[in-house]
Design a protein around this ligand. Structure first.
Ligand SMILES: [Zn+2]
Length: 404
């Protein structure tokens, strides 16, 4: 058996092209028993066992220091690589999952500046991706240039929009963008063996069907377990000329004993501590997945942002209130503060009324039970549908008045 080593020394970006896509029969599997993160002198060796060789590339990003590995799709199964992390080692945190259809990504948060001394793929009987990281002074750290763009490949680019689109007036079906939070490399909150990304996707599909039955048109920011950057979620809403945007989450909260549904709209005042942490975590998830948030907001550069927001913000506030009222009216459990302000990035469209619904908290066993209950989910989907209908009617009436 010939063992080939593809050694790519000290490079920031490499695509192992020796394995042609057509040779690959099925999805490669991650093999935990042949994987390790180990010290090698002062360096750190990452070995990832896979069932068959895959094209891959590895590179570094800064703020925070990260190693990103992109592969042709790898199935990480039920023995995730987080088990490889050793306390006090060079790898502080590890994320993995589908990045976009056909591609997986693993992101390792590093304890400090390092260089990628080698990146190689061992083919043959025991395929393996082997990386060697060596600490370097901060001045010698070489992140991949232009990574913010190229790391995303051909994900949709922010739409160029010249002016706010025409407000809905009830003369055509309402266009709703549903945004199931997280996905792929970003599983969201996890508690009691349940992942937020799965829960909210399942619920979003159910809600989509309910909204369509009520005659509305629905676009989803994702309909599979893939990663979608926050900015792209906003872009999807703009490209669809959405009348409203509803992001769906079911987070975990360490502070206090949060239970029940909460409807968030963009904050016009200071957020409370728990909310601030929730918002920070969502932006951080994006950052860890290799997305630079500095470009956030570019897509609206030509829009008269403030002007548009002055009209949109009260509409978002009403949407949040009407939704909370509808959920409460259905007798579904709500948080003690059912409507809150928060600076979630996905709520920042200046001319599309936007809300984020925390369906419940995975950190609460009672909420977890509700989220898994088909009857509860159906009632929640109906309540949100009725709330949106109610809001749309009064919003259209106000729009007609304003135009006169
Ligand atoms: Zn979330």
């Amino acid at each position: 058996m010939i063992r080939r080593f593809i050694t790519l020394i000290a490079l920031l970006c490499a695509v192992a092209t020796t394995v042609r896509a057509q040779e690959l029969s099925a999805l490669a599997r991650y093999e935990p028993t042949r994987s390790a993160i180990a010290r090698e002198g002062g360096a750190t060796r990452i070995s990832l066992g896979i069932s068959q060789p895959v094209p891959f590339r590895a590179y570094l990003l800064a703020d925070p220091y990260r190693l990103v590995i992109d592969f042709r799709e790898v199935n990480f199964g039920s023995n995730p690589p987080a088990a490889l992390i050793r306390k006090g080692g060079a790898i502080k945190d590890l994320r993995w999952g589908r990045f976009r259809p056909g591609w997986s990504r693993m992101v390792a948060e590093l304890s400090g500046p390092m260089e990628l001394a080698s990146a190689e793929e061992r083919t043959g009987a025991s395929p393996e991706i082997r990386l060697l990281l060596k600490p370097v002074p901060a001045a010698q750290f070489r992140p991949r240039e232009g990574a913010a763009d190229s790391a995303l490949w051909d994900l949709p680019q922010p739409a160029a929009v010249d002016r706010p689109h025409r407000r809905q007036d009830g003369t055509r079906p309402l266009r709703i963008v549903l945004d199931p939070g997280h996905g792929g490399i970003d599983p969201g909150a996890e508690d009691g063996g349940v992942h937020e990304a799965d829960i909210v996707l399942g619920f979003a599909r159910q809600l989509r069907d309910a909204l369509r039955r009520a005659g509305m048109s629905v676009v989803m920011t994702r309909d599979q377990d893939v990663f979608v950057p926050l900015e792209t979620r906003v872009t999807v809403a703009r490209a669809a000329a959405a009348d409203l945007f509803v992001s769906l989450h079911a987070d975990s909260i360490a502070e206090g004993r949060a239970t029940g549904a909460t409807v968030y709209r963009l904050a016009d005042h200071a957020e409370n501590e728990a909310t601030r942490k929730l918002v920070q975590r969502h932006d951080r998830d994006d950052l860890l997945a290799g997305v630079d948030l500095n470009g956030q907001g570019d897509q609206v550069a030509h829009v008269l942002v403030d002007l548009a927001r002055r009209e949109t913000q009260p509409r978002s506030v009403r949407l949040a209130q009407v939704l909370a009222g509808a959920i409460k009216g259905e007798g579904l459990h709500m948080h003690k503060h059912p409507v809150q302000g928060a600076n979630f990035s996905v709520l920042k469209s200046p001319d599309i009324p936007s809300v984020l619904v925390e369906l419940g908290f995975l950190s609460s066993p009672a909420d977890r039970k509700r989220l898994a209950d088909p009857d509860w989910r159906a009632r929640m989907a109906e309540a949100i549908t009725r709330g949106i209908e109610r809001w749309a009617q009064s919003d259209a009436a106000e729009g007609r008045l304003l135009r006169q």
